[in-house]
Design a protein around this ligand. Structure first.
Ligand SMILES: *Cc1c(COP(=O)(O)O)cnc(C)c1O
Length: 430
């Protein structure tokens, strides 16, 4: 059973101050989960979770995670700027980007963050553009082929644009050592949203063996292994959630089997989870504003795919609770839709739900990661507010809703801008 972390009464009270749709995050859940992650890997001295900023790029969320000991995994200039702004510095930041422009490498270097190179050619890119190497550098590994787990889940590294082969890793290490780099990390992200306790241990085993081979081949000093993201969450109610303690122990076992006998027992383990850190602790709350009976039954809500893109983009399932009707039978079959002029703008298709009345609050679960972050402005739909349910039960606005003035702001150099301002005024909106 998936349970909403706010009640209908709470949601209605919040909606009086912050109109729907809004995102709301659960600070208590975020903190408890982050503590469980740190505990699960506490056997490893250098362990650190570098929260993948792209999942939930909100400074107030980042502050909470920084307080819980997390660093930040960034992959763009804006994410570096945001991490810096909340006080991250030096090794608090892991820069795991790909297809990266010069100025982003330069700024990441100036912040003294740990830079993860996606490709062998980036070594020459550094040299040609006079970007100084850091004393510690990381390289991203892609073994190709398919990554299979015993439950049949697999992913396709051979088809993905990321990382480099083992031979290229060795060449990159050797070349960077010639340029004064002293320490190295190994990074790989080989499967996404894995709802199994097997993924990290299996990946770790593979990377530990790679570390030993690379050390033998190049003499490089390897100081950390970054297991990156990919630990998933159960979006559907029938899935069994991952147990981070079991995952941590699984990695521990591989570490003791492979790294310790090879004299690599001091190597630090890093993770870069996004979804697992935030997914379940954020939801999108929206209101039913239309019902439509044609060849199917439709419920129209005041949020749309511009607020939460995953269902439209990936066909993802997001569980829905009709607030206040948690205990009513799910005896109606609905498509729950947004307003975009795109037929994929559906939060749910053929979903069994309780009878929905106009004005009901619809709580869309597991939107805390890759939710608001993937928002866009198609059809002139604006971003919602983001709210934080604090530990004392009070609610704080951590990003106001986008206004039309924000949306049109980049026309400010055109003569038509004054007319836009006038029309906004006339519309009674902001
Ligand atoms: C997206 C991403 C992550 C986070 O992935 P999750 O599936 O959200 O855990 C971590 N590292 C890198 C490099 C990424 O691109």
């Amino acid at each position: 059973m998936k349970k909403a972390f706010i009640s209908k009464e709470q949601a209605e009270a919040i909606a009086r101050e912050y109109p729907t749709p809004f995102y709301i995050y659960d600070e208590k859940g975020i903190r408890e989960n982050a503590r469980a992650v740190n505990k699960a890997f506490s056997w490893n001295k250098g362990f650190r979770e570098y929260f993948a900023v792209k999942a939930t790029p909100n400074p107030e969320i980042l502050k909470v995670l920084l307080e819980e000991g997390c660093g930040f995994d960034c992959s763009s200039m804006a994410e570096l700027v945001l991490s810096r702004a909340v006080g991250a510095k030096g090794a608090d930041i892991m820069f795991s980007s790909n297809d990266t422009p010069v100025e982003e490498f330069v700024y990441a270097g100036e912040l003294d963050s740990i830079i993860n190179l996606d490709d062998l050619t980036h070594v020459d890119y550094f040299i040609e553009n006079n970007i100084p190497f850091k004393e510690t550098m990381c390289c991203r590994f892609n073994p190709g082929g398919v990554f299979k787990m015993s439950n049949g889940i697999m992913d396709n590294p051979g088809d993905s644009k990321y990382g480099m082969s083992e031979e290229q890793m060795a060449e990159a290490f050797t070349k960077m050592m010639e340029h004064g780099v002293k320490h190295f990390g190994i990074h790989a992200f080989l499967a996404s949203n894995t709802v199994t306790n097997e993924y990290y241990p299996q990946l770790a085993g593979q990377l530990f063996e790679l570390a030993i081979r690379l050390k033998e081949a190049t003499g490089a000093d390897i100081t950390f292994i970054n297991l990156s993201g990919g630990v998933g969450i159960p979006y559907t109610p029938d899935q069994t959630p991952n147990d981070i303690a079991v995952i941590g122990e699984g990695v521990h076992k591989k570490f003791d089997e492979i790294m310790v006998p090879a004299g690599l027992g001091d190597v630090a383990i890093f993770t870069e989870m996004g979804r697992y850190m935030m997914g379940p602790f954020g939801s999108l709350v929206t209101r039913a504003i239309h019902e439509k009976h044609i060849y199917k039954e439709y419920i129209g809500v005041d949020a749309c795919a511009a607020n939460l893109m995953r269902p439209a983009m990936y066909g993802s399932y997001h569980h829905i609770t009709v607030l206040g009707k948690e205990n009513e039978p799910c005896d109606h079959l609905y498509d729950v839709t947004g307003s975009l002029c795109e037929n994929n703008d559906k939060f749910a298709i053929d979903r069994k739900l309780p009878k929905i009345d106009m004005g009901d609050l619809i709580y869309i679960h597991d939107a805390g990661a890759h939710g608001f972050a993937m928002g866009y402005n198609y059809n002139g739909r604006l971003w919602s507010s983001e709210l934080l349910l604090q530990e004392d039960g009070s609610v704080r606005c951590i990003r106001r809703a986008q206004t039309m003035r924000d949306y049109f702001a980049t026309f400010d150099e055109l003569p038509v801008f004054n007319a836009i301002e006038d029309a906004i005024e006339e519309s009674g909106q902001q």
